[in-house]
Design a protein around this ligand. Structure first.
Ligand code: ADP
Length: 399
């Protein structure tokens, strides 16, 4: 039985999902946290069971070694020759990665070269790739890059209105993010709508702790709300989304903040829902506090909704129409009040909410009524499945 593992390697964590392919059956999934920080936590779910343990893991090499050992000990894998592919999520891919790619020296060098675009993620991704390649040399090593799907955007949608040399010299442009998720949910939406994706104009809303909105036209990413980095776009859990950049120098001139990196860190980690509300970064807490009359929590909710509505409107105008809107990720999949508030503000487009369906959980469904002019769908994203599929495909093409 052939197996493929999808890996999401962070600076101090390693998430995995093991699939039997081509059946796409999930055999195990898990998380190793606090790598290199002492008291590392290891959790593996498999076959209705859960393995949990705390022990020190000094680095990713040790973490991967232990993971492979546990997969064997827990009888999840009998022989490592069954593992034919390892697929890695990579956050930033610049202009080099346009599709899932078999890792070679050039691909690895490229991930390292642009790592200052995603300093928290790319070095960890690169490390994970190297460790797995060393420990499982027989398995195909594949990268699935978050920015790749957006490489189809037309130039007018990715060039900033700044000196053009900055693009040429520094690669400053819109790259977007969450591409794997946007691509997957758009494909699922097309199936549910019963039309080829290429014939649809869709706006996919990936609303999690990080949030991005994508316009999908002719089956391709046409525009997206995240920018040069995942800081841009809509209000997020702790990220500001779009701001007038001259406020940075103004605040720096009038406050104790003197370092631009500190400023950007505040925009990344102390802004968004948490910054506006002063309550929490979690949409559930924001909604609960707003219901109890907390005005800043209500304001944070309203700004979040307004931003999503603004991007849907913008992208409808850019695409010259819209057939469907997709909600996905933590908030998009689970928050009935968020979806409902957005749909109410889009009534002018002929959108009507199916209140009963919108109140359900955990399944792909239409949350707009049958006669809604624009269809609205809730689709559960599955980035690991996309990684596993791509890895399996490339492993076979290159046998
Ligand atoms: P990420 O992958 O960006 O960390 P997720 O897609 O897992 O994010 O989403 C996490 C977010 O989803 C949390 O910040 C939380 O606010 C939100 N979330 C999860 N469940 C709900 C819910 N029932 N209602 C509102 N928000 C939710």
């Amino acid at each position: 039985m052939e197996k493929v593992i999808a890996i999401n390697s962070g600076s101090s964590s390693l998430k995995f999902k093991l699939f039997e392919m081509p059946e796409e059956k999930v055999l195990a999934s898990g998380l190793m946290e606090r790598i290199g920080l002492g008291d590392s936590i290891i959790t593996i779910k498999y076959d209705g069971q859960k393995y949990e343990n705390v022990q020190d893991l000094n680095d990713h090499e040790q973490a991967v070694n232990l993971l492979l050992q546990l997969l064997e000990e827990l009888n999840i894998i009998q022989d490592f020759s069954e593992l034919t592919g390892v697929g890695h999520r990579v956050v930033a891919g610049g202009e080099y990665f346009t599709k899932p790619t078999l890792v070679d020296d050039q691909a690895l060098a490229e991930i390292d070269r642009i790592s200052d675009m995603a300093p928290l993620h790319n070095p960890a991704n690169s490390l994970g790739i190297k460790v797995f390649k060393r420990l499982l040399p027989q398995a195909a090593s594949v990268v699935v890059v978050d920015t790749a799907f957006h490489q189809t955007m037309p130039k007018e949608n990715y060039i900033y209105s700044v000196p053009y040399e900055w693009y040429k010299k520094y690669g400053v442009r819109r790259y977007g993010a969450h591409g794997t998720s946007h691509e997957y949910v758009a494909g699922e939406a097309a199936k549910m709508l019963g039309k080829p994706l290429a014939d649809l104009k869709l706006v996919t809303c990936h609303l999690g702790a990080g949030a991005s909105i994508t316009a999908i036209k002719d089956g391709k990413s046409f525009d997206t709300s995240m920018g040069f980095t995942p800081l841009a776009g809509v209000t997020m859990a702790t990220r500001s989304g779009d701001v007038d950049t001259s406020l940075l120098s103004y605040v720096m001139n009038h406050s104790d903040i003197k370092d631009i990196n500190e400023m950007v860190d505040i925009l990344n980690h102390q802004s968004g829902l948490t910054g506006i509300s002063g309550v929490s970064a979690d949409m559930r807490d924001i909604i609960a506090a707003a219901e109890e009359g907390n005005e800043r929590a209500q304001l944070a909710f309203d700004i979040f909704i307004k931003n999503v509505v603004r991007y849907i409107g913008q992208y409808t105008a850019e695409m010259g129409g819209i057939d469907g809107i997709v909600f996905t990720a933590g908030i998009g999949e689970n928050s009935q009040p968020v979806r409902s508030a957005i749909m109410k503000r889009l009534a002018y487009m002929g959108i009507t909410e199916d209140e009963k369906e919108n109140a359900t959980f955990g399944k792909n469904t239409f949350v707009s009524t049958e006669n809604s002019k624009v269809k609205v769908l809730r689709i559960m994203t599955d980035e690991e499945l996309v990684i596993a599929r791509s890895t399996y495909k490339l492993a076979h093409e290159n046998k």
